[in-house]
Design a protein around this ligand. Structure first.
Ligand code: NAP
Ligand code: GLV
Length: 321
């Protein structure tokens, strides 16, 4: 029997592959920046025993039925809403994700985005680049305080807790909402469990860190934004699909909420045609939550380790089911 065939949907650094090269026949897409076209991926995955894919790939039922040799799909992300897990399970294909290794890096970015939005950092920088820095004045670019304010975290899981730890350093009051109570966060971080509505009503910062599921699709809709304080700031680092972007755009335009910081969007990548880009009170990032070199390398290594374990007949480190 030949070596198991692994397909990787983006060009990744050789030094990460070298520990595995002897045992596997590894092929990958030639480009680091551009996703593999769907029809080419379909062709390449036909004979593959293992797949390392990114969140840009839609691994649906049709794909899974077509890729009949697959034993493992290792997703380079903690979120796995791009994969039809039920269809994979049905075919006894293991699906793995990359929890923990990206938690602190994503929490850093979440807090950076919260601070940039509250203190209007992008707007401020742009006054220099666009020669608009007039004389200093009392309320020039005055923003919102962060310290001692209330942060409401929707999705108090791994990243939610790491954000709450950062918030404690700013003497913030921490509220959270999950489907089940997180006793660890309550004891260690003095986080208070509240209903979704109460969180919206009482938080100065509403932070979304929930996975995208049927239940959370458009969770942050017109109704939710109406419940937020007029001075409230909305931060989303989970998935664009949890937000009704039209309702958010309207809330920002009408100033029924003060500002929003978004790392994720319904249809990525967005460009300057996206109505949110026209708003000064929106800070937009191109899905860079886990983007530090070390963390991205750790995520890829974890994917490769999961694949390796499965082909050794062992349990993957981070299976999603
Ligand atoms: P996690 O540990 O599983 O935390 C998710 C939390 O969401 C859990 O506490 C869960 O609690 C809660 N939750 C799930 N469904 C819910 C619902 N219907 N209503 C309320 N709360 C709900 O996951 P994580 O590692 O923190 O990652 C969270 C998400 O962040 C990922 O799924 C991914 O989409 C996103 N992410 C984005 C980036 C980025 O680059 N922007 C990077 C990493 C992760 P219950 O089960 O008790 O409800
Ligand atoms: C990134 O968005 C992830 O889910 O890891």
């Amino acid at each position: 029997m030949g070596k198991p065939k692994i397909y990787i949907t983006r060009k990744i650094p050789e030094h990460l592959l070298s520990p595995f090269n002897d045992r596997y026949e590894i092929n990958m897409w030639k480009d680091e920046k551009t996703p593999i076209p769907e029809e080419i991926l379909f062709e390449r995955v036909k004979e593959a025993d293992g797949l390392l894919c990114l969140l840009t790939e839609k691994i649906d039922r049709k794909f899974i039925e077509h890729a009949s040799h697959l034993k493992i799909i290792a997703n380079m992300a903690v979120g796995y809403d791009n994969i039809d897990v039920a269809a994979a399970k049905n075919k006894k294909i293991i699906v793995t994700n990359t929890p923990d290794v990206l938690t602190e890096t994503t929490a850093d970015l979440t807090f950076a985005l919260l601070m940039a939005t509250a203190r209007r950092l992008i707007e401020a920088t742009n006054t220099i680049y666009h020669d608009e820095w007039g004389d200093w004045s009392p309320f020039m670019l005055a923003g919102t305080d962060i310290h001692h304010k209330t942060i409401g975290i929707v999705g108090m899981g791994r990243i939610g807790e790491a954000v709450a730890r950062r918030a404690k350093g700013f003497q913030m009051n921490v509220l959270y909402h999950n489907r089940t109570r997180n006793i660890h966060a309550e004891r260690q971080l003095q986080a208070t469990y509240v209903s979704f509505d109460k969180l919206l009503e009482e938080s100065d910062f509403v932070v979304s860190l929930v996975p995208l599921t049927e239940e959370t699709t458009n969770l942050f809709n017109q109704n939710a934004f109406q419940k937020m304080k007029e001075s409230g700031i909305f931060i989303n680092v989970s998935r664009g699909g949890v937000v009704d972007e039209d309702a958010l755009t309207e809330a920002l335009k009408q100033k029924t909420i003060r500002a929003a910081g978004l790392d994720v969007f319904k249809n990525e990548p967005i460009n300057s045609a996206q109505p949110l880009t026209k708003l000064k009170n929106a800070v937009l990032l191109p899905h860079i939550g886990s983007a530090s070199v070390t963390t991205r390398e750790n995520m890829l290594t974890l994917c490769l380790e999961n694949i390796d374990l499965v082909f050794q007949g062992k349990t993957a480190k981070t299976p999603v089911y």
